[in-house]
Design a protein around this ligand. Structure first.
Ligand SMILES: Cc1cc2nc3c(=O)[nH]c(=O)nc-3n(C[C@H](O)[C@H](O)[C@H](O)COP(=O)(O)OP(=O)(O)OC[C@H]3O[C@@H](n4cnc5c(N)ncnc54)[C@H](O)[C@@H]3O)c2cc1C
Length: 293
């Protein structure tokens, strides 16, 4: 199937893009890498009247680090995230996660801003934003808004972005040197959307979690920063403590049914990932088998 007819405008600056968005509102769609927008248009899931191509706005591309904050321009492509020495050094969880986003041809065009604005609940980058405590910067006709990742994802393909706003950048606190991370997803093939995934980061002191952030994905209509982590912090992890965390996680999950998995399978896999993540982060192979009933 082909997309229905639409008009096309190439934005020459961020101000130009915002003027076009203001003039056309919900009838317009921003085009970044086109790797989600164009398939959706071709399937006629959406039929915007105007496409505003921001692909040439180079000021929205690139990675910088300053005073403990890593800033990524919204138009930075997945391939450039993957190859960025700054990201590898300062936010290594993200480097590991991007390697699981689609396939090279898609990573060569797809952007971080497009992925976050698209808000697919099975995407790898949104849960990383929760785990890493990102701030997403949106610019609209009235100026900029700084939106904590925890408030950004509001539902399946839904975000806190307003129709006249552009996502322009993402700020991530530099990961403390004492932190370790774990990323894993169950997918039919490497590069496919996840059936269930976990992006976790922790600080471990004396064999206990001093801090633990568990960003699950494909377990509901949006990524989840699991409160179950609190059951595991500042405590000696025993099978009983882990089992309490499984129960707490189970309460928080609201998995969807699709061709890939039933909700029950997703609940099971989320608990398997929790056990594997805790085991890997603590360096305790004995906990790995303690997965879910
Ligand atoms: C076969 C295939 C497999 C894929 N597998 C995966 C996968 O495993 N994991 C994964 O995460 N993704 C996957 N993707 C999606 C891919 O990562 C996309 O690149 C990404 O989701 C969207 O980025 P984009 O730059 O292409 O955005 P676009 O397609 O250009 O835009 C996506 C949406 O975001 C909006 N938008 C884009 N940029 C902005 C902005 N700066 N401000 C406001 N709104 C904006 C658009 O209007 C549109 O609604 C896959 C895609 C394909 C085709």
């Amino acid at each position: 199937m082909k997309a229905s007819a639409f008009a096309y405008a190439r934005a020459t600056s961020v101000a130009d893009a915002l003027e076009l968005l203001t003039a056309h509102g919900e009838k317009a769609k921003v085009l970044s890498g086109g790797q989600s927008l164009l398939p959706a248009m071709n399937l006629r899931l959406i039929s915007p009247e105007l496409i505003i191509d921001i692909g040439e706005l180079t000021e929205l591309r690139g990675v910088t680090v300053k005073e403990g904050v890593l800033t990524i321009g919204a138009l930075t492509r997945h391939v450039d995230l993957l190859k960025s020495p700054e990201i590898a050094a300062h936010v290594p969880l993200l480097t590991e996660a991007v390697a699981h986003v689609a396939h090279p041809a898609i990573r060569n065009r797809g952007t971080i801003g497009g992925s976050l604005a698209h808000a697919d609940p099975a995407s790898e980058l949104p849960p990383c934003m929760l785990t890493l405590g990102a701030i997403l910067i949106a610019r609209g006709p009235g100026g900029e808004r700084r939106i904590p990742a925890a408030d950004f994802f509001t539902g399946i393909y839904e975000t806190a972005l307003r129709p006249h706003e552009l996502l322009v950048a993402i700020e991530l606190p530099v990961t403390p040197r004492s932190a370790t991370h774990f990323f894993h997803e169950f997918a039919r093939r490497h590069g496919d959307y996840a059936i269930v995934g976990l992006a976790a980061q922790a600080v471990v002191k004396d064999g206990r979690f001093a801090d633990l952030r568990l960003g699950f994905f494909a377990v509901g209509d949006r990524p989840l920063l699991a409160d179950a982590a609190s059951k595991l912090v500042d405590d000696a992890i025993t099978p009983r403590v882990l089992s309490e965390a499984f129960s707490a996680l189970d309460e928080e999950l609201d998995p969807l049914e699709d061709q890939q998995a039933t909700p029950a399978m997703r609940r099971y896999l989320a608990k398997v990932l929790l056990a594997r993540g805790v085991s890997a982060l603590l360096g305790r192979p004995d906990l790995r088998a303690g997965a879910a009933a």
